[in-house]
Design a protein around this ligand. Structure first.
Ligand SMILES: [Zn+2]
Ligand SMILES: [Zn+2]
Length: 190
């Protein structure tokens, strides 16, 4: 269970109200790990939203590292695709779930939209010293066709289910390109 932190903590300077349930008695805050998502949610509404995003992106839950009894080392999240065994790069997303990314970038035109990510390096405040990385879904402004993006591992996965999934996504993009003028495309559904 999650515990509610700081309920009586005296942070009264700015009270947020959850944009989903609007319940003023539930503490709410702006969400996004290191990189804001632009949404204000209370804890239960946030958990639900994060799970929905994870579902859309085919992203896994947070891995739970456990201390290794034999040594003081922490077990890293699994670096192998459970479906094809290829090496993956697990990165925490800015909505606090983990995505398995491919180990090398590709050009945007080679990666269907649903699988496009960027990896941002976080630095300590007022310094250039890197302290971690966060995966952010590419959305909004379309990258140029030759811009590098980091694909989800699914794009290069050797598992037949993944191959089929990506094939369908590519097909959907081609269909969309031919059927609709680009300016309308973003908002048209089916
Ligand atoms: Zn809420
Ligand atoms: Zn794989």
């Amino acid at each position: 269970m999650l515990t509610l932190e700081g309920m009586g903590g005296g942070r009264t300077e700015q009270r947020h109200v959850c944009e989903e349930c609007g319940d003023p008695s539930r503490p709410a805050q702006e969400r996004g790990v290191a990189i804001p998502l632009g949404v204000v949610r209370c804890d239960p509404c946030w958990e639900r939203l994060a799970n929905e995003l994870a579902e859309i992106d085919g992203v896994t839950d947070r891995p739970t590292p456990e201390p290794d009894a034999e040594s003081t080392r922490w077990i890293e999240p699994d670096n192998e695709c459970p479906r094809c065994g290829m090496e993956v790069r697990p990165v925490r997303t800015n909505y606090d779930r983990w995505v398995n990314l491919a180990t090398s970038p590709m050009r945007a035109k080679e990666v269907p939209r649903p699988y496009r990510w960027r990896v941002r390096t976080l630095t300590a405040r007022h310094s250039a010293y890197p302290i971690g990385v966060i995966a952010v879904k590419v959305s909004g402004i379309e990258p140029l066709p030759d811009d590098p993006v980091t694909p989800a591992h699914t794009v290069v996965c050797a598992d037949p289910v993944a191959i089929e999934e990506v094939r369908r996504a590519r097909l959907a993009e081609v269909e969309r390109q031919y059927r609709l003028p680009p300016s309308v495309g973003e908002f048209e559904d089916e």
